[in-house]
Design a protein around this ligand. Structure first.
Ligand SMILES: Cc1ncc(COP(=O)(O)O)c(C=O)c1O
Length: 439
């Protein structure tokens, strides 16, 4: 009998495709010929139901900053589980976590919790509309901000439909996206101050907010420039729009988020998710009281009715608080240093392998590109079918040899990843790049 025929994952998948479209609720976990099913995770390692253990560099798409089953988080959540998981009463767990998050960033006067990053970005856009009374938003071409109709416009536009560089087209990510949603989203070229300001000026009385990710993964994991961030801050202030920062992916960059890279810029609203849930579903929106008060249900004329059955549930609040307390300044410095080390070593491995490749990223995240030069905006980050095939080969080579990456060949390190694991992964990456050269 072949090894494949004995695979427990394969037989689970055969059952899964009968009840789940494509066998899954998450596109991310799809692998060919089938996804592997997890048995358990511990620290930086994950073991599947067939007994194979791999080192996890994806950490559930950058959402587990302390790896799997951290004992302090498990203990705190277990204690809360025994007292109940969700109530129509307030919980102290929510209050204590809100206090902690607000203490991390001066701009966070108030915070509101929800259950995903998508929801946090949606709440941010709706809050900007409620505060300004305007309906349009602007965002960078190619930036991923979750799956709210407005936030996902042009997240994956292609050469055939992306329009001119000076005035990128608004392209729906999903078939059937209402035309009104496309008309209400102004797409701007990433980090291009002059063209962006020109486009914003054309809609200056209609824009509720400009949505920015400080390190957009899909644009190549390259930072939003300081010059761009400052220019947008100035433009939004002068034109009565809000600066809406999506830190769902990047809050791990600094104690108060990646926004610490821009000390002279304070966003009006910040959306968070991923790591702040300590491994549980989460979203949060924070900002100045003036703006956050649109959520205040005690107001007689509530500008923004916003509910969520599991928002602020005590399991997420407990796990999130413990995880974020553990993620203090010294833990952040250490994991970011490991990221610096990984990027430097990967560059050297690329040189040795002779591959046409480069590495981008910041802090605890990096992304390997099969391009000679790092991308500078979405169009140069765009991967044609040949590049997609090669990246898939590299990610599979790593996976088959025991390393789990995000499928763009991106990694998000955790505080329990060590230098030894990074070294092992890079050695494997190098052999993969050498093999690619021969294919
Ligand atoms: C920048 C950014 N915004 C929003 C989201 C959506 O978060 P979630 O998957 O929790 O809905 C993501 C998810 O990857 C993200 O990277």
């Amino acid at each position: 009998m072949k090894a494949e025929e004995k695979s427990e994952s394969q037989s689970l998948y055969r059952e899964a495709i009968k009840v789940l479209p494509g066998g899954t609720s998450r596109n991310m976990i799809c692998r060919k010929p089938h996804p592997d099913y997890v048995s358990h995770g511990e620290g930086c390692r994950v073991t599947d139901v067939d007994g194979k253990t791999r080192i996890d560099f994806s950490n559930n798409t950058a959402s587990l900053v302390h790896g799997h089953a951290h004992p302090r988080i498990v203990a705190a959540v277990t204690e809360q589980l025994q007292r109940g998981t969700a109530f129509n009463l307030a919980t102290e767990a929510e209050l204590r976590f809100a206090q902690h998050l607000c203490s991390r960033n001066e701009g966070f006067e108030k915070v509101r919790f929800m259950s995903s990053g998508t929801e946090a970005v949606m709440a941010m856009i709706k809050a900007a509309r409620a505060v300004t009374g305007r309906s349009k938003i602007a965002k960078s071409e190619g930036a991923y901000h979750g799956t709210y109709d407005y936030a996902e416009v042009s997240q994956k536009s292609k050469p055939a439909n992306w329009g001119s560089e000076a005035c990128p087209a608004s392209v729906g990510a999903a078939q059937g996206t209402p035309q009104q949603a496309l008309d209400d989203v102004i797409i701007t070229p990433f980090n291009d101050v002059d063209r962006t300001i020109e486009l914003l000026d054309q809609h200056k009385d209609e824009l509720a907010c400009v949505l920015i990710d400080p390190l957009p993964h899909r644009i190549g994991l390259i930072p939003t420039s300081h010059e761009f961030m400052k220019a947008i801050r100035q433009w939004t202030t002068e034109n009565g729009a809000l600066l809406a920062l999506d830190e769902v992916f990047t809050f791990r960059m600094g104690y108060g988020g990646a926004q610490e890279w821009y000390p002279d810029v304070c966003p009006d609203l910040t959306a968070m998710g991923k790591i702040i849930g300590g491994g549980f579903p989460v979203g949060a929106l924070a900002g100045k009281d003036d703006f956050m008060s649109c959520f205040d249900p005690t107001r007689s004329e509530l500008p923004l009715p916003f509910s969520g059955t599991f928002s602020g549930n005590p399991i997420t609040m407990t796990a999130g608080r413990v995880a974020m307390e553990l993620f203090d300044r010294s833990a952040i410095a250490e994991v970011n240093q490991l990221g610096d080390y990984a990027r430097k070593e990967i560059s050297e491995a690329i040189d040795r392998s002779g591959a046409e490749a480069c590495v981008t990223g910041a802090g605890s995240m990096f992304r390997v590109h099969l391009k000679a030069q790092p991308p500078v905006e979405y169009r140069s980050a765009y991967q044609d079918s040949d590049e997609l095939r090669k990246i898939a080969f590299l990610v599979k080579h790593l996976y088959d040899n025991g390393f789990i990456m995000i499928n763009t060949c991106t990694a998000a390190l955790s505080t329990v990843t060590g230098k030894a694991e990074v070294d092992q992964m890079i050695e494997c990456l190098e052999t993969g790049m050498v093999k690619l050269g021969k294919n």
